[in-house]
Design a protein around this ligand. Sequence first.
Ligand code: ATP
Ligand code: MG
Length: 228
Amino acid sequence: MSIRKPPLPRLLLKNVSCMRNAQQILRHVNVTLHDGGSLVLTGTNGSGKTTFLRMLAGFNRPSAGEILWNGHDITKSGIFHQYKLQLNWLSFKEAIKNNMSVLDNVQWFEVLEGKQGKSMPALELMGLGKLAKEKAKMLSMGQRKRLQLARLLAIDRPIWLLDEPSVALDDDGVKLLEYIIAEHRKKGGIVIVATHLPIEIEDAAYMRLPPRFPRRMTLVDMLDRRDF
Ligand SMILES: Nc1ncnc2c1ncn2[C@@H]1O[C@H](COP(=O)(O)OP(=O)(O)OP(=O)(O)O)[C@@H](O)[C@H]1O
Ligand SMILES: [Mg+2]
């Protein structure tokens, strides 16, 4: 009888902490993600959601603990070179060139990735097909976010790190976002989302980061404290 080992998680955070500016932002975080998995990060402003994503993207190093991809520490340079090619990052930094066409803004990234043929269908899916030839400066805020989402689809990497992906999207845009996340996961992709807005992601794990700063003391709190 053969005993099968359970598969290694694709991503494993083991007791991870992270400092920023000499302050501890994340403390003893443990997360396991297999192919098709999803994690939604919530928490107050400044609680560390973006820091969490930046750490997974390799911009901030953990101050303690390990981030393992396929069982290997991502901070080892040989591993990091392979790991970073798995990542697709969406944040407030749009990296949109206003004087380039909407299509070129997506295709440029697709070509850099050595891929072709996905940009136009991705723009069409995101409702920007008719604007493909327009300059990107013509786009509204929500349309710019849709362009970024089209880029995710065109680049087509397995691990999506999405920082507030639904900000500026209308109801239809949010549904499209939920749809492309679900489809990506069906193919085995992993999606990690930091958000303040509600988002429907089936069977996602949720992690609410604790506030960084305690609530200010009120007069009642002060009167309650004997040592005050
Ligand atoms: N560039 C930076 N340099 C140093 N410290 C920073 C920097 N950006 C943020 N921080 C610190 O890291 C903490 C966590 O910030 P982070 O951006 O991760 O929070 P967040 O949960 O994403 O907040 P928000 O909901 O506002 O997006 C903040 O309280 C801040 O003190
Ligand atoms: Mg943030």
